[in-house]
Write a protein that binds this ligand. Structure first.
Ligand SMILES: [Mg+2]
Length: 317
């Protein structure tokens, strides 16, 4: 083990003490972490890459923001399953040229979000990267047995909802790539409390987090559930920065990295206007006929899952 790696682990060990999770029997320091899943629950596990030049650029985002978004990617998946996060694991490869202060600030952003959600960074690995920062986050959570929210539960007639607003990350990316602004941090909040409510209260029939864009993530629900969908363009909640763009609707439909939840619920269920303080908006309905449609100005046309491929620039958070 490198001296610098040992120092980093020692520092992390001290810092993670402030965010102890009750379900982590043993955290950083041994060959494995030891976790306790509460009785009657199942583990939910997810893993996500954050790659420099793909998901972020050091000249565009502060290290705190990169760390925050790295953990958000994992937490948002746990939220989409209706889960409660328990522990995170991080494999981090850093080029030798990166100052130690960048790494310290990256962990500040990541651990700040971890504290907020009472989960512990319980292990990981570090290495020297031959080029660019590579961060691979794993999050372990738990959900009541048999109650995980799946992509496959949507039925014809169910209504389609989203949390918060869409298009912020994509709108800011457009400003950055177009040279309109030099730097800008966006700190999406993983919708953990909303996901828990949707699951525990039996509200949602299916759910997914919006990481690749509404159109692409809705297509995953449709495919897994064997259904179609119709979305009303006028109902889509568009974020503040996206509203200023001429492409506002495209940004909200196809822009990724919003980390809001997209879920379906039976027509018979009264879905609250807010859950855990987060605005909930109905945007459409599931159909028995396959394929996605977009209603706009009284006309219905096919809605193509374009996600991030639509943007010519790199996929940057
Ligand atoms: Mg996801």
């Amino acid at each position: 083990m490198h001296r610098s790696e040992r120092q980093l682990i020692a520092r992390l060990r001290r810092r993670t003490r402030s965010s102890k999770s009750s379900g982590v029997t043993l955290g950083i320091g041994d060959d494995c972490a030891v976790l306790e899943i509460p009785r009657g629950h199942e583990a939910v596990v997810t893993t996500d890459f954050s790659l420099e030049g793909v998901h972020f650029r050091r000249e565009w985002q502060t290290p705190e923001c990169v760390g925050h978004r790295c953990l958000t990617r994992g937490l948002s998946d746990i939220a989409a399953m209706g889960g409660t996060p328990l522990a995170a694991f991080l494999s981090l490869a850093i080029p030798g040229s990166i100052p130690g202060a960048w790494v310290t600030r990256f962990f500040s952003g990541l651990l700040g979000l971890a504290r907020k959600h009472k989960l512990e960074l319980a292990g990981g690995d570090t290495a020297q990267s031959p080029g660019g920062v590579l961060a691979d986050i794993t999050v372990v959570g738990f959900v009541r047995r048999g109650r995980a929210l799946l992509r496959s539960g949507a039925r014809a007639g169910d209504l389609i909802y989203v949390t918060g607003s869409l298009g912020e990350s994509a709108a800011v990316l457009q400003l950055l790539t177009g040279g309109k602004i030099r730097r800008r941090d966006v700190f999406p909040q993983p919708r953990i409390a909303v996901g828990q409510s949707l699951g525990e209260e039996g509200i949602a029939s299916a759910a997914i987090d919006i990481s690749d864009g509404l159109s692409t993530d809705l297509s995953h629900i449709c495919e897994e559930s064997g259904v179609g969908a119709v979305i009303d363009a006028a109902l889509i909640p568009i974020s503040a920065s996206a509203r200023h763009s001429r492409k506002a609707l495209d940004l909200a439909l196809h822009g990724g990295e919003d980390y809001e939840l997209l879920f379906t619920a039976s027509e018979k269920i009264r879905v609250p206007e807010r859950i855990a303080g987060v605005k909930i908006t109905r945007i459409g309905q599931i159909t028995g006929k396959r394929g996605m449609r977009l209603m706009r100005e009284g006309r219905e046309r096919p809605l193509i899952a374009r996600g991030w491929e639509h943007f010519s620039g790199p996929r940057v958070s």
